[in-house]
Design a protein around this ligand. Structure first.
Ligand SMILES: [Mn+2]
Length: 433
């Protein structure tokens, strides 16, 4: 299984020639085409945040078009793109217009400075889930969410993260989880006095026998105030952990056969001479080698002299991670606090049972069927809302939809279609749409 890992693209919304790094992005497509010709096609594209520069809708239109070209070059179905938000995906004007926001952020920062991590989960639950006005805080992600909703990866108050079970690695399920590190992000984010928080609930990745866990999030640990609290979940449950934001490639593995960590360089950094201003991206290959998986990380770096992407001077890294073929916990650490159950995780393929339902005994269909479910999902989500509603009405699953969060409407319809066993009828209707 091969994955393209892109981060910090920073589409600026300038027309054609004036778009920063436009040439580098075209050359990236050429680079990927060449790598695919040698090593085979790509199974998925993971975009680690900061897709836009200032979160304008035009920036996401450009991103959508370019990501389609990336998929074409990778010979990867266009629905196999998954995204998480970065700090540049926040519309700062909408963000600052929420007058009580600094009050909430102060509460979170106080909890971080006091090491009262359970308080962070309480704040997330009470403010985002119980108080409907919290929705306004997510208005600043409106353009991002419009873009992400077509992939069913939106970030909403009750469901800041999403998970997906579409892919398969040589017979092993792959669970992708995209987390939001920007719930408490503002212009004062700092690396050495971190003020961001993930909350524990986002990090409770479902375990399953032989399942491979890949998680990605924009901000690396240095920026996350409750990292010391949630870290054990990443290190005991996730096999491949991907970060963005810092514009400098690095890879690490804290214990032998433990979690492999990759920090992405930026596809679209600012102009400058230092290393963090040189565009880069990663090609990651996973191979099954029981009781481990072998992860090969090939970072690609822009060459200023040759004006195309070349192998990064750090070279290719090959690491092995042990997988739980018999639900063996790799570390002894246990979390004692009760989880905040009300905050759930959204499935990026609602035509499939969610990880929670699989944990409760529902069977996941084989990989080709899961791939088809993801394909139908994204085809449906790309339709205009009116077309989605009209299909829901024709299939008799439209009752009470007016009460559903706009960003989750498509997902809700698809879940109803699955529960009513109407997937074939949906596919028929998509043929006409
Ligand atoms: Mn960033």
């Amino acid at each position: 299984m091969r994955l393209v890992h892109l981060s910090d693209i920073h589409f600026s919304g300038y027309s054609s020639k004036w778009e920063p790094n436009a040439d580098q992005r075209r050359q990236l497509i050429r680079d990927l085409t060449r790598l695919v010709a040698v090593g085979g096609s790509v199974d998925g594209v993971l975009v680690g945040g900061d897709i836009a520069k200032t979160a304008g809708p035009d920036q996401y239109e450009d991103a959508t078009k370019w990501l389609e070209e990336v998929c074409a070059a990778g010979e990867c179905p266009t629905e196999r793109v998954w995204v998480v938000p970065g700090n540049h995906d926040i519309d700062r004007k909408a963000h600052n217009s929420v007058l009580w926001r600094p009050y909430l952020f102060d509460l979170v920062r106080t909890a971080i400075s006091q090491g009262d991590f359970a308080e962070i989960d309480r704040l997330i639950r009470d403010w985002f889930l119980i108080d409907a006005s919290a929705d306004r805080l997510f208005d600043s992600l409106a353009a991002y969410n419009e873009f992400a909703a077509s992939m069913n990866c939106p970030s909403t108050p009750g469901l800041p993260s999403w998970t997906d079970l579409t892919m398969d690695l040589e017979g092993l399920q792959v669970q992708l989880t995209g987390l939001s590190s920007v719930i408490f992000s503002d212009t004062t984010d700092m690396e050495h006095r971190p003020s961001l928080a993930l909350g524990l609930r986002q990090c409770e990745f479902d375990r399953a026998d032989g399942r491979i866990q890949i998680a990605f999030v924009h901000h690396p640990p240095e920026w996350i105030g409750d990292w010391s609290h949630v870290e054990r979940y990443f290190l005991s449950r996730v096999h491949l952990l991907l970060f963005g934001h810092e514009h400098r490639f690095a890879t690490d593995q804290l214990e032998n056969e433990g979690t492999v960590i990759v920090r992405a360089g930026a596809v679209g950094p600012e102009a400058g001479e230092a290393e963090e201003y040189v565009p880069s991206w990663n090609l990651i290959t996973l191979r099954r080698d029981d009781p481990c998986i072998e992860i090969t990380i090939e970072p690609r770096l822009w060459s200023r002299d040759q004006t195309h992407f070349v192998a990064h001077p750090d070279g290719t890294t090959v690491r092995r991670v042990r997988i739980d073929l018999q639900e063996v916990e790799r570390t002894g650490s246990k979390i004692t606090e009760a989880p905040v159950e009300e905050i759930g995780v959204m499935s990026a393929s609602p035509l499939l049972p969610s990880p929670d339902e699989v944990a409760a005994g529902e069977l996941l269909p084989p990989a080709p069927e899961r791939g088809r479910a993801r394909q139908i999902t994204v085809r449906f989500l790309k339709l205009p809302r009116t077309a989605q509603l009209s299909i829901a009405s024709d299939l008799g699953v439209s009752e009470g939809l007016s009460d559903i969060d706009r960003r989750r409407l498509g997902s809700e319809i698809l879940e109803r279609v699955r529960r009513a066993n109407l997937i074939d009828q949906l596919v028929e209707r998509l043929g006409d749409a």
